[in-house]
Design a protein around this ligand. Structure first.
Ligand code: ADP
Ligand code: MG
Length: 900
């Protein structure tokens, strides 16, 4: 009946049981234990075999045949991992004994967010997002978010004011699985953005779990009512947290016990870092999506995976609190000078395992004896590290001693001692076959062990005794599955065995015998092995539960070690790269002397540069030819501020950093657009987001914004955005632009200043100096580059003339203040300067008396219709898409028309 798809509802026996279990779960796949295997049947078997290259066989059942694929019990984990990583949710049904034979039951649904068997060092967050603004009668509006990492027990919640903020947080935590709340499920726009930005499986968890009352109850139950009230987060956030808890419970990960602490991730103390900014600054991966070359990969010298996770978290969530940052700074400062002590600490950290993960495994009941040894060894790292800190005066005086004293050291020592007395030095990985526990740990066990060892000793020495007693040579005593224990005698000696030897097998060169006494000892040792296995497993489980109960302690110790590790990593990087401690303050001043880009300096002979911004100089227009280093300069400033706000030292000779409440970047570079990663619409909506959310205390970096559209369009947007940022938002801003026109703004807007990246040209070659200087660039590089490229002189000369003429045609007025004061000046594109008086001989726009902002072609100007038509034509040219040759001829044509 192969090839035919049998009706699964009619299947009976094992296959029938599989299909009925499958009906009862909403998982994508089911695997069911059958003896020593986990089996998939029917479509599941086919799918799994396709995905994972498993062999499919046919299982016949009552005249029908069903595809079947299986893996040995011990090999299930890697298959589960592979399936879950491909986005499947897999139900696991275990087999257990009943009075009437076997029964099977789904014990777990493994999903991306509840996979405990992860070997990845990264955090593995599961998130829930709830839209509270849609919930009628909800006390708090906005969005609610909850994040849980089942592998470490970490649990965080956050309020978000709107969908964008919710997305930003989701991007920051980068969850592997997201549970959208009931309203979010129907919000196509949000879902689409979520899919775009976060690589997570979306799971529809039962809507009742999101119900505010039920959810809040679950959260209070788990973390304690008082703690939860103190968090003072909104109702949607509690709903999200409750949904996560219920999902963790429902999927049977069994780690609720390790979720001991709920933390609110409060926006106020954190620096806003939207998804685009995190990507532009290449915090954890490069624009090409690679880890190498990211800021994190560059500064990460952590010894432990928990330390690495924490350092990454710091980068993704910079802080504003001077107290927190200065505390970290003292640690980094101390560790960067005390090099030997730092080495020693890092050496010791090298022995540490991931305590948070181990706590989670203990809670889930999957920790083995080796895991408990790992717990013990890691608990021992804490006092060792503390000792180094205490005995090194610089370190003892820093925040480090407080960090290692934060966990309950006495309780940690107690647990360590318990484990040391209980578990043997090098236990096996199976927990059911004994030899896990030390003698002296339990009286009853001791008796069993003693007797077991006695019998074993008797068996081990039997061959010698037999040889001596009966004068036999070539005697060995061994055991195997079929024969049990036996005495094996070489062929030559086999005839001389005593009468009570009973032959059980003849081999080519030897014979196997047994005796009554040996059989009796065999029975005894089997009994003892069983007893020892059972007893040890029982005791081991008790011990493991004891460890699980100490989950919070383990997390505390793990956190302390991770913090020391992260600080030591920052110190190592600072010492090796001559970074300095930035002076942090609450003011506007940002002063960086000889700053470098933290990543580019690793691979390039880097030319350092200064930055100076303050109350009077809050907006820098950065100009310079293509490839001169504008983008690098601005990113370097953003990275330095960001590093300062994680408590790190920074790549500079000296730095004063006024803490910011947010860092916003937008790169409008053409290549982004060309590579299809962005559209002009995206560029603009991100600009819009910046204009809406940045504050006076933010740092804004705009790189060629406006470039995604035609020139005049682009200039207009850049111009207006500059005015708005300067007058209304008042954020610290760096704006790199190839619109030379914008440099004129400095003359009129008080806080705008020009800087340019210098280039030198000699003998027809441009040398990039990479040095940033005050003032605007003084030339029009487009024409210059055309010249260098060998465009014939007449064309170059003519372009210069055309350019001059074009500039004279246009004049833009700058708006001065928030209160729409009268226009203060006119920017003249011809001279590149601001004019408060009309230029002689021309009817240029004057400061209009009615106070209204005059548009480009409005005001007192009158043009003849033909000139106007030329301008319109000019405006419609897209310089970004029109080939240069065509541009030149077009310009020529326009000029001819003008001359007429
Ligand atoms: P722009 O934005 O002006 O086009 P980029 O910032 O992209 O220029 O820089 C162009 C190249 O110059 C990059 O490869 C970068 O690594 C290098 N570069 C930029 N600034 C420096 C510097 N200060 N020292 C050394 N190399 C630099
Ligand atoms: Mg650039």
């Amino acid at each position: 009946m192969e090839g035919q798809s049998p009706d699964m509802t009619e299947a009976t026996g094992i296959v029938g049981e599989f299909f009925s279990l499958k009906e009862g779960t909403d998982a994508d796949l089911l695997t069911m234990q059958c003896g020593d295997f986990y089996e998939f049947f029917g479509e599941d078997a086919e799918l799994v075999s396709e995905e994972l290259d498993l062999k499919v066989s046919q299982k016949s059942s009552h005249g029908s045949s069903y595809p079947m694929a299986g893996v040995p019990i011990d090999d299930l984990t890697p298959y589960l991992k592979a399936l879950v990583e491909r986005g499947y949710r897999v139900a696991v049904a275990d087999q257990y004994e009943t009075d009437s034979g076997h029964a099977r039951e789904v014990v777990r649904v493994v999903t991306p967010g509840t996979l405990l068997e992860t070997s990845d060092a990264d955090a593995q967050y599961m998130a829930a997002v709830v839209d509270g603004s849609e919930v009628a009668g909800a006390s708090g509006d906005g969005y609610g978010l909850a994040f849980a990492d089942v592998t470490t027990g970490r649990f965080l919640v956050a309020d978000a004011t709107d969908a964008d903020e919710a997305l930003t947080e989701l991007y920051r935590f980068d969850p592997v699985e997201v549970l959208p709340g009931p309203e979010v499920r129907t919000d196509d726009e949000l879902l689409e953005k979520l899919r775009e930005r976060v690589d997570a499986t979306l799971t529809l968890h039962e809507t009742e779990a999101f119900a505010p009352k039920r959810a809040a109850h679950a959260v209070r139950d788990q973390f304690g009512a008082e703690t939860v009230d103190r968090l003072s987060v909104g109702e949607p956030t509690l709903a999200a947290a409750g949904a996560v808890l219920s999902y963790v419970e429902e999927t049977g990960a069994g780690v609720l016990a390790s979720m001991t602490r709920i933390q609110a991730h409060h926006g106020d103390d954190h620096v806003t870092l939207d998804a685009t900014t995190q990507r532009n600054l290449e915090l954890t991966e490069t624009m090409q999506g690679e880890r190498d070359g990211s800021l994190f990969a560059t500064i990460d010298h952590t010894e432990t995976s928990a330390g690495g996770r924490l350092l990454k978290e710091w980068l993704q969530r910079p802080r504003r609190s001077l107290e927190t940052l200065e505390e970290r700074q003292t640690g980094v400062a101390a560790l960067s000078t005390a090099a030997l002590a730092r080495d020693e600490i890092q050496d010791r950290l090298g022995d540490a395992y991931d305590l948070a993960r181990l706590a989670s495994k203990a809670s889930h009941g999957s920790a083995d004896a080796r895991d408990l040894v790992a717990v013990r060894e890691t608990l021992a790292v804490l006092p060792a590290v503390a000792e180094t800190i205490d005995s090194t005066p610089e370190l003892a005086d820093s925040a480090l001693s407080g960090i290692v004293d934060r966990p309950d050291r006495a309780a940690a020592r107690e647990l360590r001692e318990t484990l040391a007395e209980a578990v043997v030095e090098d236990p096996p990985s199976t927990v059911t076959q004994g030899e896990l526990l030390q003698q002296g740990y339990d009286d009853e066990l001791d008796e069993v062990i003693e007797r077991h060892e006695e019998v074993r000793e008797w068996l081990d020495t039997l061959d010698e005794r037999e040889k001596r007693q009966y004068g036999l040579s070539h005697v060995t005593v061994d055991r195997n599955k079929t024969d049990g224990y036996y005495i094996q005698v070489g062929k030559s000696a086999a005839d001389g065995v005593p009468d009570h030897y009973e032959q059980i097998k003849t081999l080519k060169n030897s014979k196997r015998f047994t005796t009554e006494e040996l059989e009796e000892k065999e029975r005894e040792i089997l009994r003892l092995e069983d007893r020892r296995g059972d007893l040890e497993y029982e005791l081991f489980e008790e011990l493991r539960d004891e460890v699980a109960e100490r989950a919070e302690l383990l997390q505390d110790v793990g956190r302390a070690l991770a913090t020391i590790d992260a600080l030591a990593s920052l110190a190592t990087h600072a010492a090796e790269n001559r970074w300095v401690r930035p002076e942090l303050h609450r003011g506007d001043r940002l002063a960086i002397e000889q700053g470098r880009h933290p990543v580019v300096e690793q691979t390039t002979e880097f030319v350092p540069n200064d930055v100076r911004m303050d109350e009077e100089r809050g907006f820098l227009v950065v100009t310079g030819p293509n490839m001169s280093g504008k983008s690098t300069y601005m990113r370097q400033v953003a990275c330095i501020v960001l590093l300062a706000q994680i408590g790190s030292f920074v790549p500079a000779e000296a730095a004063e950093v006024g803490v910011v409440d947010g860092i916003f970047t937008r790169v409008g570079a053409l290549d982004e657009l060309a590579q299809g990663r962005s559209t002009f619409m995206v560029e603009m909506s991100e600009l819009s987001n910046i204009l809406h959310t940045a504050t006076e205390e933010s740092l804004v970096v705009l790189d060629e914004v406006g470039r995604g559209t035609a020139t005049y369009d682009g200039i207009s947007i850049a111009w207006a955005a500059t005015e708005y940022l300067h007058n209304e938002v008042r954020a610290k801003t760096l704006f790199a632009t190839h619109y030379h026109e914008l440099t004129g703004l400095a003359e009129n807007l008080p806080r705008v200043a020009n800087v340019h990246v210098a280039a030198d040209e000699r003998d027809g070659e441009v040398t990039f100096l990479r040095t940033v200087r005050d003032g605007p660039t003084d030339r029009s590089y487009g024409v210059h580059v055309a010249d260098l490229a060998g465009v014939p002189d007449p064309v170059v000369d003519r372009s210069r003339e055309v350019l001059e003429r074009l500039r004279e045609e246009k004049a833009i007025e700058a708006k001065g203040g928030a209160s729409s004061e009268p226009v203060q000046a006119v920017f003249d594109l011809g001279s590149g300067t601001m004019q408060t008086e009309p230029r002689d001989g021309r009817e240029a726009a004057t400061a209009s008396t009615d106070g209204g902002p005059a548009g480009t072609d409005s005001g007192g100007r009158s043009l003849d219709p033909e000139a106007e038509a030329v301008l319109e034509d000019l405006e419609s040219i897209d310089v970004n898409t029109t080939p240069p040759i065509e541009l030149v001829s077009k310009v020529q044509e326009l000029q001819e028309r003008l001359e007429e």
